[in-house]
Design a protein around this ligand. Structure first.
Ligand code: MTE
Length: 316
């Protein structure tokens, strides 16, 4: 299974290219990218209209990022979504994803397994808006206004059994819609997981929208995880299955590179990725590097979760 292929985000472009060249090229790409997408019709609201009447949702003032929002046209045109290609310009390709109807299975160690349409599920949840920082393991960051609901609300809805220790999440498998899934060497489906304590944390969020609208397909419509204290790869997109289990899930990136990507993946500037530093991050769209903060600056919410886990690799 561990076929080593070079992934776009495994080696930051900044490592292979002198930084000034890289930054200039990145700025150029962002400018051209936005214009190019506009011409292709992507300036139109992206058609992922699950429960459109819910947006914009009321903003919860408890969650502010302390930095300017990333421009919507940048956040919707610079994405990681390997199901549609191993590069950042997948927004066009992602429009092929059919998100309505969208069946979601909730199974495993629960009172009763169910399959429910995403729209029906979202309408049962307390939808609100939160502004979070997003820090990718590639050492770039954005600030995004997400709409959605706390993972805890989903857990309450699912009624897990007391023995459940983890929440495992899985993305769709539809190679006809998602060309990247025809790259058979990847261990599809994309899988991620949280401990039950992480899932119950105030910050853990299921995104159903962004920028006051339903979630764009390229950002993981209709349901994606948002866990801003962890590297972005934990924030699994377009979820079709939530499983409560007593087994720690083997995640997509753990299956590909267990020496480089772990289950915990908490942000820490002092723990370098084996092949690059995590000390700073490029603020996308701003063309500036800033120091990275432990837990991406969310320590007051989450540090307690990790106090008694001395043997775990919490930061990879
Ligand atoms: N989820 C799925 N299913 N497939 C992916 O390739 N990429 C992850 C994460 N969730 C990914 C995914 C990575 S590496 C990052 S940084 C974030 O999504 C990017 O989210 P964004 O495109 O909304 O910024």
């Amino acid at each position: 299974m561990l076929i080593r292929r070079r992934k776009g985000w495994e080696i930051p472009e900044s490592q292979a290219t002198p930084e000034t060249v890289f930054l200039n090229r990145r700025r150029l790409l962002l400018g051209i990218g936005a214009a190019g997408l506009g011409a292709a019709g992507l300036a139109q609201p992206l058609r992922a209209h699950t429960a459109p009447d819910l947006y914009p949702a009321r903003r919860n003032p408890a969650y502010e990022a302390g930095r300017a929002l990333t421009e919507e046209k940048i956040a919707t045109s610079y994405n990681n979504f390997y199901e549609f290609g191993s590069h950042k310009r997948i927004a066009d390709a992602a429009q092929k994803l059919n998100v309505s109807p969208w069946q979601v299975k909730i199974d495993g160690m629960v009172a009763k397994e169910i399959t429910i349409d995403a729209e029906e599920l979202i309408r049962k949840m307390p939808v609100e808006e939160r502004v979070y920082r997003l820090r990718c393991v590639e050492a770039w960051s954005m600030v995004i206004p997400w709409s959605g609901f706390p993972v805890r609300a989903l857990v309450d809805f699912a009624q897990p059994q007391s023995g459940a220790k983890y929440l495992r999440m899985e993305t769709f498998v539809r190679p006809k819609e998602a060309g990247g899934q025809r790259q058979f060497w990847y261990p599809w489906p994309y899988v991620e997981g949280l401990t039950m304590a992480e899932a119950a944390n105030d910050l853990a969020f299921i995104g159903t929208g962004a920028y006051g609208k339903p979630m764009p397909k390229q950002m993981g419509a209709p349901l994606r995880l948002v866990v801003p204290w962890k590297y972005g790869f934990k924030s699994i997109k377009s979820i079709v299955r939530f499983t409560f289990t007593d087994q720690r899930p083997k995640t997509f990136w753990e299956a590909i590179g267990p020496d480089e990507y772990g289950f915990w993946a908490n942000v820490n500037p002092e723990v370098a990725h084996p092949r690059w530093s995590q000390a700073t991050e490029e603020v996308i769209g701003v063309g500036k590097r800033i120091p990275t903060q432990i837990y991406n600056g969310y320590g007051e919410f989450v540090a307690d979760l990790y106090r008694d886990l001395p043997d775990e690799k919490l930061f990879m």
